[in-house]
Design a protein around this ligand. Sequence first.
Ligand code: NAP
Length: 290
Amino acid sequence: MKLLDGKKCADHLVADIAGKVAGYTAAGLRKPHMTIILAGSHAPSESYVKSKLASCRKAGFDGELVRLPEKIAEAELLARIWDVNNDAGTDGLIVQLPVPKHIDKQNIINAIAPEKDIDGFHPANFGRMTLGQKAFRPATAYGICKLLQFYEIPTRGKHCVVIGRSNIVGKPISIMLSNDFDIGNATVTLTHIETPRELLLDETRRADIVIVAVGIPGFITGDMVKEGVVLIDVGINRLENGGIVGDVDFENVSKKCSWITPVPGGVGRMTVAALLINTLIAYQNKFKPG
Ligand code: NAP
């Protein structure tokens, strides 16, 4: 078993981005700028935001956090998004999810200017990605593709099973891997909570690649996968003792894997790296540096 080390891959990508940014600033351009809007205070969100801002610093970006109160009205939050949309000094905008319960998440996602939508959740980007066109790709799914590319894991012609159909992970990665992309051309089965258990087991046991994003610790057990499987564990589950685990029974499943992502240090790091790549693309689209 070998580890798909998200930290190592992300560090490599961030160093590459930092080199490009150093070149642009030396030529007189401003730094790329990522703005994160955080409404309310939610412990996991605080930790994700901290990690995104730290990565901005490593990449040579300006990272800006706009803190808004938990009780902010939806109209006010939309107005703040429009401000950032119209701010020529910001290249990429993230509204950290989840938003407070009284706010309609989809209205927020739809309000972000597609050209600044580095999460890749806006329908314009998601639609273009689905059609195989140039787009900001949803960051976690894009990060998984970058990790597979870094470790030269072939996807063409492989049978891939994705468990979980969220708009932010399961759905986009299933589309991206089945599309005619460099990291793609797989035969993908997307499963979800209505997938009968027997069918799920049939699928996972013959899969070459399993990607799990359900948010249930220990969901994938050793008897569910074949020898040599590539296992991508997207789950981030916080335990009462403060520890973080994925959706895989790592100890038993890893024995059967050719490759597996650790949690932490796997997909989470890649999501942040993908956000930086998307921000750099947004910046390059604006400045068209040489
Ligand atoms: P989500 O929106 O809650 O979606 C979970 C999905 O899993 C749903 O599609 C659900 O099916 C499906 N599911 C739940 N129980 C299932 C079961 N017993 N069998 C089959 N499918 C089942 O979650 P998410 O946002 O995709 O996140 C999933 C996990 O990934 C969480 O732990 C989250 O923290 C983590 N995550 C990590 C990163 C990262 O960067 N590493 C990024 C995003 C999320 P239904 O649609 O039918 O309900």
